[in-house]
Design a binder for this molecule. Structure first.
Ligand SMILES: [Ca+2]
Length: 247
């Protein structure tokens, strides 16, 4: 190959590699479009809502611990370890990070009490109900309170959650039906990180990060999605408060 042909060949290959990286990157990182009632956190408006928010104490610790769920049924497990790591309680050993300790979606079930509630293989097939989520988190040294939608209402939900979001060392995980907020489609679990008073919206840190960005959702829309029946448990979905144990 003479020099000119060799250079032309190199340039073509380089361009092809760049094209491949850019185009495949676009495909890989493409989340689903959002319906008009939602505001993506990855937008100017989404950013503004956080800056305006006066109930965003939980955003910072949760953002440091934000993870993608390990499989399509592990939303509850991913949400739980985000909250447990944010609370800074003593974590189990993690072989891949030894000697450091941290909650991961693998070692979350290393506790005997946790395994007795539901096995990880079962969670990987069918996900978690609200009570199973509360039970699993309770198997660690934290205080847990489970609220079913049937036992509360929109005004109480808004008040309780927005107050929690103003306080450190306690967190909220929500269990809701995606299709009621205009998403695809079934039951889902993720932590709530902030509340915007002016627009009456909550920020959901969606752990299925391959599918949707965090979104700002109207309190009334989220409430509709929480006030739905989980066919596995036969009870309404709801939300869970998790805090450090008072000693
Ligand atoms: Ca809080």
């Amino acid at each position: 190959m003479n020099l000119k042909i060799r250079q032309a060949f190199k340039t073509t290959v380089k361009a092809a590699i760049i094209w491949f990286c850019v185009s495949s990157g676009t495909v890989i990182s493409q989340t689903l479009p959002l319906s008009n009632n939602l505001i993506g956190f990855n937008s100017d408006e989404g950013e503004k809502l956080l800056i305006q928010s006066r109930s965003r104490e939980d955003f910072f610790p949760l953002s440091i611990q934000f993870v993608t769920q390990n499989n399509q049924a592990f939303c509850g497990v991913a949400s739980s370890i985000m909250v447990l790591n944010s609370l800074g309680i003593i974590a189990p050993e993690s072989p891949q990070y030894s000697p450091y300790r941290v909650f991961t979606q693998e070692n979350f079930f290393s506790n005997e009490k946790t395994k007795k509630i539901i096995a990880p293989e079962v969670v990987a097939r069918q996900g978690l109900t609200l009570d199973q989520l509360g039970g699993l988190i309770s198997s660690y040294d934290v205080q847990v309170k489970v609220y079913h939608a049937a036992d509360t209402n929109l005004a109480q939900f808004r008040k309780l959650v927005s107050e929690n979001l103003k306080q450190p060392n306690n967190f909220v995980i929500v269990n809701y039906l995606r299709k009621e907020i205009g998403q695809e489609k079934g039951g889902h679990i993720s932590p709530i990180a902030a509340y915007n008073e002016q627009t009456d919206r909550f920020l959901i840190m969606d752990v299925s990060r391959y599918k949707y960005p965090p979104v700002w959702v109207k309190a009334s829309d989220l409430w509709k999605a929480i006030n739905t029946t989980d066919t596995v448990s036969g009870t309404t979905r709801g939300f869970v408060f998790v805090s450090k144990v008072n000693r």
